[in-house]
Write a protein that binds this ligand. Structure first.
Ligand code: IPM
Ligand code: MG
Length: 354
């Protein structure tokens, strides 16, 4: 089984390196895994003048799954949009039709203190945000900046969803809920936006086939509030690309650190790209202090969802729980004044716990 490793920029190479050491440890125990690297994002631009070089795309096509680090950095901010690092990520999502973005937010008991919310609000939290990833205002046409009749510049984007796009993500939400607490909250802005009125209608129609799952609807502004007021009211949240982008960053903070949260982006064939939900963190890049756990947990999701290696996935997750229970903390999840470990030391501990 071949994993394409696209480390990207900033802390990307440091954190994916630790995940690769975990892969090597599993391989030495007999799991048939191999990895191959290719540049993406700013690194792709530096190597080939393109955030998604042709050779990188080809490697991904020949692999069974993609492990992705992070992209972006100040060095690339002034590039024209098609050359910007983020385009590498967006084009990969679109190319492989990775419409289903799973962003679980769970609170490890040892880390409840690391949240900015009171521990009793977040302790035991276990929610799944299912974000549609290939449609919406991210990809809708037309878009651009033009000069209007008044001679003034005007920017515009198009929010757009077809019923098929809505149905396939809603279906996954209901199916995921069946394996959890059987509750789906669909988030929209149907009081204002036509696109999301259709979203609400299609989700409601499909619900007829999932009578055993409870469906509620919530406007996105209220959902943003409810997530910090009482996050444990949610089980599965399903929403569009834009709202999901925002709500998943918000949800990450419930868990204490964005450095803990993995994600999976899947297509209908379960081919997928796996990445931490955090970014490239240019401010700490190269210092060896980044938390590699979100990437290591993304590897667990990769093994589970794309390679059918549930046992190996569970083993990694258990190892992560163990190192947290042992008290190992990178800076982002440490209690003030307590000792912290670096990226590599955290990787060492996970491998030892495996
Ligand atoms: C994410 C990121 C991306 C997004 C950026 C880097 C394009 O914020 O994966 O959440 O907006 O989808
Ligand atoms: Mg985001």
């Amino acid at each position: 089984m071949k994993i394409a490793v696209l480390a990207g920029d900033g802390i990307g190479p440091e954190i994916t390196q630790q995940a690769e050491r975990v892969i090597a440890a599993l391989a030495s125990d007999g799991l048939k895994l191999e990895t191959e690297h290719a540049p993406v994002g700013g690194a792709g631009y530096d190597a080939a003048g393109d955030p998604l070089p042709e050779a990188t795309l080809r490697l991904c096509e020949q692999s069974d799954a993609i492990l992705f680090g992070a992209v972006g950095g100040p060095k690339y901010d002034a590039l024209p949009r098609p050359k910007r690092p983020e385009q590498g990520l967006l084009r990969l999502r679109k190319h492989f039709d990775l419409f289903a973005n799973l962003r679980p937010a769970t609170v490890f008991p040892e880390l409840a203190h690391a949240s900015t919310l009171r521990p009793e609000i977040v302790a035991g939290l276990d929610i799944l945000i299912l974000r549609e990833l290939t449609g919406d205002i991210y990809f809708g046409q037309p878009r651009g900046i033009r000069t209007n009749e008044a001679g003034e510049r005007e920017g515009f984007d198009t929010m757009r969803y077809s019923e098929g796009e809505i149905r396939r993500i809603a279906q996954l939400a209901f199916e995921a809920a069946r394996k959890r607490n059987r509750r789906v909250c669909s988030v929209d802005k149907a009081n204002v936006l036509e696109t999301t009125q259709l979203w609400r209608d299609v989700v409601t129609e499909l619900h007829a086939q999932y009578a055993d799952v409870e469906l509620t609807h919530m406007y996105v502004d209220n959902a943003a509030m409810q997530l910090v007021r009482n996050p444990k009211q949610f089980d599965v949240i399903v929403t569009g690309n834009m709202f999901g982008d925002i709500l998943s960053d918000e949800a990450s903070m419930l868990t204490g650190s964005i450095g803990m949260l993995p994600s999976a982006s899947l297509n209908a064939k379960r081919f997928g790209m796996y990445e931490p939900i955090h970014g490239s963190a240019p401010d700490i890049a190269g210092k060896g202090v980044a938390n590699p756990l979100a990437t290591i947990l993304s590897l667990a999701m990769l093994l589970r969802h794309s390679l059918d290696q549930e046992a190996a996935a569970a083993r990694i997750e258990a190892a992560v729980r163990k190192v947290l229970a042992q008290g190992l903390r990178t800076g982002d999840i440490a209690e003030p004044g307590k000792r912290t470990v670096g990226t590599r030391e955290m990787g060492d501990a996970v491998i030892a716990a495996l």
